[in-house]
Write a protein that binds this ligand. Structure first.
Ligand code: AMP
Length: 191
């Protein structure tokens, strides 16, 4: 199995690259942000609770996203592998993912971090907010809060995978095509 964690701050290009990667490698794309937005669209209780935090640029509780990922792993037992996009976002989530995969005799193959500076992220997210309809992309204050949440709670997840010799980082600035080639080269090396 090829299990990839695509890592990086909001606006780094994880979603865009995931779309290309699922085509090339036949992986299942698991984006906790997409799963949460789907809950909101369906008006579930989980969605209503999560929306308050998401609109404020805060992370939703670990147990909520871990539960969603666990369900998706169970629902896709025959998958060739997974791309985890926007998950794990805390060390507790990374630990939970390791044990979920271990219980299925599997493991993370590699984490690939997309490096983009804060000014470029803010610029990209505001631009995306004009077309995406995502309330958390439209407000500069919420964007800064999301980047702060990333620096405080998510950045340490890199250390978790570094300790397992599974961490790689590449520049997330450049053409979509060139970044995709860099990611493919890492996969060819690690998989
Ligand atoms: P994203 O689409 O990945 O940018 O996520 C949008 C929002 O959903 C984030 O700002 C968080 O509020 C929430 N979210 C998504 N994934 C997670 C996660 N793994 N842990 C906690 N909150 C998450």
């Amino acid at each position: 199995m090829l299990n990839l964690v695509l890592f990086g701050p909001p606006g780094a290009g994880k979603g865009t690259q995931s779309q290309h990667l699922i085509e090339k490698y036949g992986l299942i794309h698991l984006s906790t942000g997409d799963l949460l937005r789907n809950e909101i669209l369906q008006g579930t209780e989980l969605g209503l609770e999560a929306k308050k935090l998401m609109d404020a640029g805060m992370l939703v509780p670990d147990e909520v996203v871990i539960g969603m990922i666990s369900n998706k792993l169970d629902a896709n037992r025959d998958a060739e592998g997974f791309i985890f996009d926007g998950f794990p976002r805390t060390v507790a989530q990374a630990e939970a993912l390791d044990s979920l995969l271990k219980s299925k005799d599997s493991a993370i193959t590699v984490m690939i971090a997309l490096e983009v500076n804060d000014d470029e992220l803010e610029h990209r997210l505001l631009l995306r907010g004009k077309g995406s309809g995502r309330p958390d992309d439209a407000n500069p204050e919420v964007i800064r809060r999301r980047i702060k949440e990333y620096n405080d709670k998510t950045a340490p997840v890199a250390g978790f995978y570094k300790a397992q010799n599974k961490f790689t980082s590449i520049s997330g600035i450049g053409s979509i095509h060139d970044i995709f080639d860099s990611i493919s080269a890492v996969i060819a090396d690690k998989a």
